[in-house]
Design a protein around this ligand. Sequence first.
Ligand code: ADP
Ligand code: F6P
Length: 332
Amino acid sequence: MDGKRTIAIMTSGGDAPGMNAAIRAITKTAIYKGYKVMGIKNGFKGLIEADMKEFGLTDVEDILHLGGTVLGTARLPEFKLPEVQDKAVNILKTYGITDLVVIGGDGSFTGAQKLSHKCEEPKHNYKCNVVCLPGTIDNDLACTDQTIGFDTALNTVVEAVDKIRDTMSSHGRCCVVEIMGNRCGDLSLFSSINTGAESLILAERPESFNVDKICEAVSDGVKKGRKCHIVILSELLTDASELSKTIEKRTGVSTRPSILGYIQRGGAPTAGDRMLATKMGVYAVDLLEKGYSNQIVSIRNNKIVNDDIDVALAMPRVFDEELWAMNDILSI
Ligand code: ADP
Ligand code: F6P
Protein backbone atom coordinates (compact mmCIF):
# COMPACT_ATOMS: atom_id res chain seq x y z
CA MET A 1 0.00 0.00 0.00
CA ASP A 2 1.21 3.54 -0.77
CA GLY A 3 0.43 4.68 2.80
CA LYS A 4 -1.76 7.52 1.58
CA ARG A 5 -5.12 5.82 1.91
CA THR A 6 -7.54 6.91 4.62
CA ILE A 7 -10.31 4.76 6.01
CA ALA A 8 -13.15 6.63 7.69
CA ILE A 9 -15.63 4.88 10.00
CA MET A 10 -19.15 5.91 10.94
CA THR A 11 -22.04 4.41 12.89
CA SER A 12 -25.52 5.35 11.71
CA GLY A 13 -29.18 4.69 12.59
CA GLY A 14 -30.04 3.00 15.89
CA ASP A 15 -26.96 2.09 17.93
CA ALA A 16 -26.29 -1.56 18.74
CA PRO A 17 -24.05 -3.31 21.28
CA GLY A 18 -20.93 -4.47 19.47
CA MET A 19 -20.57 -1.36 17.32
CA ASN A 20 -17.55 -0.38 19.45
CA ALA A 21 -16.01 -3.81 18.98
CA ALA A 22 -16.33 -3.29 15.22
CA ILE A 23 -14.85 0.24 15.40
CA ARG A 24 -11.91 -1.16 17.38
CA ALA A 25 -11.31 -4.06 14.98
CA ILE A 26 -11.47 -1.78 11.91
CA THR A 27 -9.17 0.83 13.46
CA LYS A 28 -6.56 -1.66 14.66
CA THR A 29 -6.54 -3.67 11.44
CA ALA A 30 -6.37 -0.53 9.30
CA ILE A 31 -3.50 0.96 11.31
CA TYR A 32 -1.70 -2.40 11.19
CA LYS A 33 -2.02 -2.33 7.40
CA GLY A 34 -0.69 1.24 7.15
CA TYR A 35 -3.91 3.23 6.65
CA LYS A 36 -4.75 6.52 8.29
CA VAL A 37 -8.08 6.20 10.16
CA MET A 38 -10.72 8.88 10.67
CA GLY A 39 -13.66 8.54 13.06
CA ILE A 40 -16.74 10.37 11.81
CA LYS A 41 -19.11 11.48 14.57
CA ASN A 42 -22.90 10.91 14.40
CA GLY A 43 -23.30 9.15 11.07
CA PHE A 44 -24.12 11.07 7.89
CA LYS A 45 -24.89 14.18 9.98
CA GLY A 46 -21.28 14.29 11.20
CA LEU A 47 -20.03 13.66 7.67
CA ILE A 48 -21.74 16.69 6.15
CA GLU A 49 -20.64 18.79 9.13
CA ALA A 50 -17.07 17.47 8.79
CA ASP A 51 -17.32 16.44 12.43
CA MET A 52 -14.47 13.94 12.45
CA LYS A 53 -11.04 13.32 13.91
CA GLU A 54 -8.11 11.06 13.29
CA PHE A 55 -8.45 7.80 15.22
CA GLY A 56 -5.38 6.25 16.77
CA LEU A 57 -4.87 3.14 18.88
CA THR A 58 -5.60 5.05 22.09
CA ASP A 59 -9.04 6.05 20.76
CA VAL A 60 -10.08 2.40 20.62
CA GLU A 61 -8.47 1.32 23.88
CA ASP A 62 -10.97 -0.03 26.43
CA ILE A 63 -14.00 0.21 24.16
CA LEU A 64 -14.44 -3.45 23.23
CA HIS A 65 -16.74 -4.09 26.19
CA LEU A 66 -18.81 -0.92 25.89
CA GLY A 67 -22.39 -0.75 24.63
CA GLY A 68 -23.54 2.13 22.40
CA THR A 69 -21.07 3.69 19.99
CA VAL A 70 -18.15 5.94 20.88
CA LEU A 71 -18.60 7.63 17.49
CA GLY A 72 -22.17 8.61 18.28
CA THR A 73 -24.99 8.05 15.83
CA ALA A 74 -27.81 10.03 14.28
CA ARG A 75 -30.61 9.93 11.78
CA LEU A 76 -30.40 12.49 8.98
CA PRO A 77 -33.48 12.16 6.73
CA GLU A 78 -32.11 14.94 4.48
CA PHE A 79 -29.38 12.59 3.34
CA LYS A 80 -31.86 11.42 0.71
CA LEU A 81 -31.40 14.78 -1.04
CA PRO A 82 -28.78 14.79 -3.85
CA GLU A 83 -27.49 18.24 -2.81
CA VAL A 84 -26.79 16.94 0.72
CA GLN A 85 -24.96 13.95 -0.76
CA ASP A 86 -22.93 16.40 -2.91
CA LYS A 87 -21.88 18.14 0.28
CA ALA A 88 -20.78 14.80 1.75
CA VAL A 89 -18.67 13.97 -1.31
CA ASN A 90 -16.94 17.34 -1.04
CA ILE A 91 -16.06 16.57 2.59
CA LEU A 92 -14.70 13.14 1.61
CA LYS A 93 -12.51 14.84 -1.02
CA THR A 94 -11.36 17.59 1.34
CA TYR A 95 -10.26 15.04 3.94
CA GLY A 96 -8.79 12.64 1.38
CA ILE A 97 -11.06 9.80 2.51
CA THR A 98 -10.49 6.96 0.07
CA ASP A 99 -12.38 4.25 1.96
CA LEU A 100 -15.46 4.33 4.16
CA VAL A 101 -16.96 1.78 6.56
CA VAL A 102 -20.59 2.39 7.49
CA ILE A 103 -21.98 0.41 10.42
CA GLY A 104 -25.77 0.45 10.60
CA GLY A 105 -28.98 -1.01 9.19
CA ASP A 106 -30.58 -1.05 5.76
CA GLY A 107 -31.31 2.71 5.83
CA SER A 108 -27.63 3.44 6.43
CA PHE A 109 -26.68 1.00 3.67
CA THR A 110 -28.92 2.86 1.23
CA GLY A 111 -27.27 6.13 2.28
CA ALA A 112 -23.82 4.56 1.78
CA GLN A 113 -24.79 3.23 -1.63
CA LYS A 114 -26.10 6.63 -2.76
CA LEU A 115 -22.96 8.33 -1.49
CA SER A 116 -20.77 5.92 -3.39
CA HIS A 117 -22.74 6.48 -6.62
CA LYS A 118 -22.59 10.25 -6.04
CA CYS A 119 -18.79 10.07 -5.84
CA GLU A 120 -18.72 8.45 -9.28
CA GLU A 121 -20.77 11.20 -10.97
CA PRO A 122 -18.65 13.04 -13.60
CA LYS A 123 -18.91 16.33 -11.69
CA HIS A 124 -17.16 14.69 -8.71
CA ASN A 125 -15.22 11.85 -10.38
CA TYR A 126 -13.97 10.76 -6.96
CA LYS A 127 -13.27 7.20 -5.94
CA CYS A 128 -14.23 6.22 -2.41
CA ASN A 129 -14.66 2.53 -1.67
CA VAL A 130 -17.56 1.79 0.65
CA VAL A 131 -18.10 -1.28 2.81
CA CYS A 132 -21.01 -1.70 5.26
CA LEU A 133 -21.36 -3.76 8.42
CA PRO A 134 -24.77 -4.84 9.76
CA GLY A 135 -25.23 -3.16 13.16
CA THR A 136 -28.77 -3.24 14.56
CA ILE A 137 -30.54 -5.04 17.40
CA ASP A 138 -33.47 -5.80 15.10
CA ASN A 139 -31.84 -8.60 13.06
CA ASP A 140 -33.96 -7.37 10.16
CA LEU A 141 -31.46 -7.81 7.30
CA ALA A 142 -32.04 -10.61 4.82
CA CYS A 143 -28.40 -10.91 3.77
CA THR A 144 -27.05 -11.93 7.16
CA ASP A 145 -28.03 -14.68 9.57
CA GLN A 146 -27.26 -12.32 12.43
CA THR A 147 -26.65 -8.61 12.92
CA ILE A 148 -24.19 -7.08 15.38
CA GLY A 149 -26.20 -6.30 18.54
CA PHE A 150 -28.97 -8.87 18.18
CA ASP A 151 -27.45 -11.43 20.56
CA THR A 152 -26.91 -8.83 23.30
CA ALA A 153 -30.40 -7.38 22.95
CA LEU A 154 -31.88 -10.88 23.01
CA ASN A 155 -30.03 -11.68 26.24
CA THR A 156 -31.20 -8.38 27.76
CA VAL A 157 -34.81 -9.15 26.83
CA VAL A 158 -34.60 -12.70 28.18
CA GLU A 159 -33.15 -11.48 31.49
CA ALA A 160 -35.89 -8.83 31.78
CA VAL A 161 -38.74 -11.22 30.94
CA ASP A 162 -37.41 -13.79 33.44
CA LYS A 163 -37.60 -11.10 36.13
CA ILE A 164 -41.07 -10.08 35.03
CA ARG A 165 -42.14 -13.73 35.28
CA ASP A 166 -40.92 -13.90 38.91
CA THR A 167 -43.16 -11.08 40.01
CA MET A 168 -46.12 -12.00 37.79
CA SER A 169 -46.04 -15.56 39.15
CA SER A 170 -45.99 -14.29 42.71
CA HIS A 171 -49.18 -12.30 42.05
CA GLY A 172 -50.86 -14.76 39.69
CA ARG A 173 -50.86 -12.12 36.96
CA CYS A 174 -50.66 -11.80 33.20
CA CYS A 175 -48.15 -9.40 31.64
CA VAL A 176 -48.04 -7.95 28.13
CA VAL A 177 -44.36 -7.31 27.40
CA GLU A 178 -43.64 -5.04 24.45
CA ILE A 179 -40.39 -5.85 22.62
CA MET A 180 -38.44 -3.73 20.10
CA GLY A 181 -37.55 -4.84 16.59
CA ASN A 182 -39.26 -2.28 14.39
CA ARG A 183 -41.18 -4.43 11.87
CA CYS A 184 -39.04 -7.50 12.44
CA GLY A 185 -40.21 -10.08 14.98
CA ASP A 186 -36.90 -11.89 15.58
CA LEU A 187 -36.27 -10.38 19.02
CA SER A 188 -39.84 -11.29 19.99
CA LEU A 189 -39.80 -14.81 18.55
CA PHE A 190 -36.39 -15.72 19.95
CA SER A 191 -37.21 -14.25 23.37
CA SER A 192 -40.55 -16.04 23.43
CA ILE A 193 -38.77 -19.36 22.94
CA ASN A 194 -36.09 -18.51 25.48
CA THR A 195 -38.49 -17.36 28.21
CA GLY A 196 -41.28 -19.87 27.61
CA ALA A 197 -43.82 -17.12 26.89
CA GLU A 198 -47.41 -18.34 26.83
CA SER A 199 -48.57 -16.05 23.97
CA LEU A 200 -46.75 -14.28 21.15
CA ILE A 201 -47.93 -11.49 18.84
CA LEU A 202 -45.66 -11.08 15.82
CA ALA A 203 -45.62 -8.62 12.92
CA GLU A 204 -44.83 -11.41 10.47
CA ARG A 205 -47.91 -13.36 11.57
CA PRO A 206 -50.75 -10.79 11.74
CA GLU A 207 -53.19 -13.59 12.65
CA SER A 208 -51.32 -13.92 15.97
CA PHE A 209 -52.91 -10.61 17.05
CA ASN A 210 -56.09 -12.40 18.00
CA VAL A 211 -57.44 -11.00 21.28
CA ASP A 212 -60.09 -13.74 21.62
CA LYS A 213 -57.45 -16.47 21.30
CA ILE A 214 -55.08 -14.75 23.77
CA CYS A 215 -57.87 -14.29 26.37
CA GLU A 216 -58.87 -17.92 25.92
CA ALA A 217 -55.26 -18.97 26.51
CA VAL A 218 -55.07 -16.83 29.66
CA SER A 219 -58.31 -18.33 31.04
CA ASP A 220 -57.22 -21.85 30.05
CA GLY A 221 -53.94 -21.24 31.85
CA VAL A 222 -55.82 -20.41 35.06
CA LYS A 223 -57.77 -23.67 34.75
CA LYS A 224 -54.54 -25.61 34.18
CA GLY A 225 -53.07 -24.05 37.32
CA ARG A 226 -50.56 -21.77 35.56
CA LYS A 227 -49.06 -19.21 37.90
CA CYS A 228 -48.67 -16.49 35.29
CA HIS A 229 -49.12 -15.71 31.62
CA ILE A 230 -46.57 -13.79 29.57
CA VAL A 231 -47.73 -12.24 26.30
CA ILE A 232 -44.79 -11.16 24.13
CA LEU A 233 -45.91 -8.29 21.90
CA SER A 234 -43.75 -7.02 19.01
CA GLU A 235 -43.71 -3.22 19.05
CA LEU A 236 -45.81 -1.10 16.64
CA LEU A 237 -48.67 -3.64 16.49
CA THR A 238 -50.97 -2.37 19.21
CA ASP A 239 -50.97 -0.46 22.48
CA ALA A 240 -49.66 -2.69 25.31
CA SER A 241 -51.70 -0.83 28.00
CA GLU A 242 -54.94 -1.12 26.04
CA LEU A 243 -54.35 -4.81 25.37
CA SER A 244 -53.63 -5.41 29.08
CA LYS A 245 -56.87 -3.68 30.07
CA THR A 246 -58.84 -5.78 27.56
CA ILE A 247 -57.28 -9.05 28.81
CA GLU A 248 -58.01 -8.14 32.44
CA LYS A 249 -61.58 -7.11 31.65
CA ARG A 250 -62.36 -10.23 29.65
CA THR A 251 -60.58 -12.85 31.79
CA GLY A 252 -60.67 -11.35 35.26
CA VAL A 253 -56.93 -12.03 35.52
CA SER A 254 -54.96 -9.07 36.85
CA THR A 255 -52.85 -7.91 33.87
CA ARG A 256 -50.01 -5.40 33.58
CA PRO A 257 -48.22 -3.89 30.59
CA SER A 258 -44.43 -3.66 30.52
CA ILE A 259 -42.69 -1.81 27.70
CA LEU A 260 -39.04 -2.80 27.83
CA GLY A 261 -37.98 0.18 25.69
CA TYR A 262 -34.40 1.43 25.29
CA ILE A 263 -32.97 -0.90 27.92
CA GLN A 264 -32.93 -3.38 25.01
CA ARG A 265 -30.46 -1.30 22.99
CA GLY A 266 -27.87 -0.64 25.70
CA GLY A 267 -25.41 -2.67 27.70
CA ALA A 268 -22.13 -4.47 27.27
CA PRO A 269 -22.01 -6.64 24.15
CA THR A 270 -22.09 -10.40 24.68
CA ALA A 271 -19.04 -12.46 23.72
CA GLY A 272 -21.02 -13.56 20.65
CA ASP A 273 -21.53 -9.97 19.49
CA ARG A 274 -17.91 -9.02 20.21
CA MET A 275 -16.72 -11.95 18.14
CA LEU A 276 -19.10 -11.22 15.26
CA ALA A 277 -18.24 -7.51 15.22
CA THR A 278 -14.52 -8.21 15.40
CA LYS A 279 -14.56 -10.76 12.58
CA MET A 280 -16.66 -8.44 10.41
CA GLY A 281 -14.47 -5.42 11.15
CA VAL A 282 -11.27 -7.23 10.16
CA TYR A 283 -12.99 -8.64 7.05
CA ALA A 284 -14.17 -5.16 6.02
CA VAL A 285 -10.62 -3.78 6.02
CA ASP A 286 -9.41 -6.81 4.04
CA LEU A 287 -12.10 -6.12 1.43
CA LEU A 288 -11.09 -2.46 1.18
CA GLU A 289 -7.44 -3.41 0.88
CA LYS A 290 -8.36 -5.65 -2.05
CA GLY A 291 -10.15 -2.71 -3.70
CA TYR A 292 -13.74 -3.83 -3.18
CA SER A 293 -16.51 -1.23 -2.99
CA ASN A 294 -20.28 -1.16 -2.49
CA GLN A 295 -20.21 -4.23 -0.29
CA ILE A 296 -22.15 -5.44 2.74
CA VAL A 297 -20.43 -7.88 5.08
CA SER A 298 -22.65 -10.68 6.42
CA ILE A 299 -22.49 -13.99 8.24
CA ARG A 300 -24.17 -16.96 6.58
CA ASN A 301 -23.86 -20.56 7.75
CA ASN A 302 -21.20 -19.42 10.22
CA LYS A 303 -19.01 -17.95 7.47
CA ILE A 304 -18.24 -14.26 6.94
CA VAL A 305 -19.18 -13.29 3.38
CA ASN A 306 -19.74 -10.17 1.29
CA ASP A 307 -22.34 -9.11 -1.27
CA ASP A 308 -22.86 -6.13 -3.47
CA ILE A 309 -25.10 -3.62 -1.63
CA ASP A 310 -27.75 -3.80 -4.41
CA VAL A 311 -27.81 -7.58 -4.25
CA ALA A 312 -27.89 -7.71 -0.44
CA LEU A 313 -30.68 -5.12 -0.15
CA ALA A 314 -32.78 -6.94 -2.74
CA MET A 315 -32.63 -10.27 -0.89
CA PRO A 316 -36.06 -11.26 0.47
CA ARG A 317 -36.24 -11.84 4.21
CA VAL A 318 -37.22 -15.41 4.93
CA PHE A 319 -39.34 -15.89 8.04
CA ASP A 320 -38.24 -18.85 10.16
CA GLU A 321 -41.33 -21.05 9.95
CA GLU A 322 -39.65 -23.84 11.90
CA LEU A 323 -38.98 -21.59 14.90
CA TRP A 324 -42.53 -20.22 14.69
CA ALA A 325 -43.98 -23.74 14.70
CA MET A 326 -41.67 -24.78 17.52
CA ASN A 327 -42.74 -21.81 19.63
CA ASP A 328 -46.38 -22.69 19.00
CA ILE A 329 -45.90 -26.23 20.27
CA LEU A 330 -43.94 -25.12 23.33
CA SER A 331 -46.51 -22.52 24.38
CA ILE A 332 -49.30 -25.08 25.01
P1 ADP B 1 -30.89 2.04 9.95
O1 ADP B 1 -29.59 2.27 9.29
O2 ADP B 1 -30.74 1.47 11.32
O3 ADP B 1 -31.88 1.30 9.07
P2 ADP B 1 -32.34 4.50 9.38
O4 ADP B 1 -33.36 3.86 8.49
O5 ADP B 1 -32.80 5.53 10.34
O6 ADP B 1 -31.53 3.46 10.27
O7 ADP B 1 -31.23 5.14 8.43
C1 ADP B 1 -30.12 5.79 8.98
C2 ADP B 1 -29.74 6.95 8.12
O8 ADP B 1 -29.37 6.51 6.82
C3 ADP B 1 -30.87 7.95 7.84
O9 ADP B 1 -31.07 8.85 8.89
C4 ADP B 1 -30.31 8.67 6.62
O10 ADP B 1 -29.30 9.58 6.99
C5 ADP B 1 -29.68 7.51 5.85
N1 ADP B 1 -30.64 6.99 4.89
C6 ADP B 1 -31.68 6.16 5.11
N2 ADP B 1 -32.39 5.93 3.99
C7 ADP B 1 -31.78 6.66 3.01
C8 ADP B 1 -32.03 6.86 1.61
N3 ADP B 1 -33.05 6.28 0.99
N4 ADP B 1 -31.19 7.66 0.93
C9 ADP B 1 -30.15 8.27 1.53
N5 ADP B 1 -29.86 8.11 2.85
C10 ADP B 1 -30.65 7.33 3.58
O1 F6P C 1 -33.61 -0.09 14.86
C1 F6P C 1 -33.40 -0.23 16.21
C2 F6P C 1 -34.57 0.30 16.98
O2 F6P C 1 -34.25 0.21 18.36
C3 F6P C 1 -35.91 -0.36 16.70
O3 F6P C 1 -36.04 -1.60 17.37
C4 F6P C 1 -36.86 0.70 17.19
O4 F6P C 1 -38.11 0.59 16.55
C5 F6P C 1 -36.17 1.96 16.80
O5 F6P C 1 -34.78 1.66 16.68
C6 F6P C 1 -36.34 3.10 17.77
O6 F6P C 1 -35.73 4.21 17.22
P1 F6P C 1 -35.51 5.61 17.98
O7 F6P C 1 -34.18 5.51 18.66
O8 F6P C 1 -35.49 6.60 16.88
O9 F6P C 1 -36.62 5.77 18.94
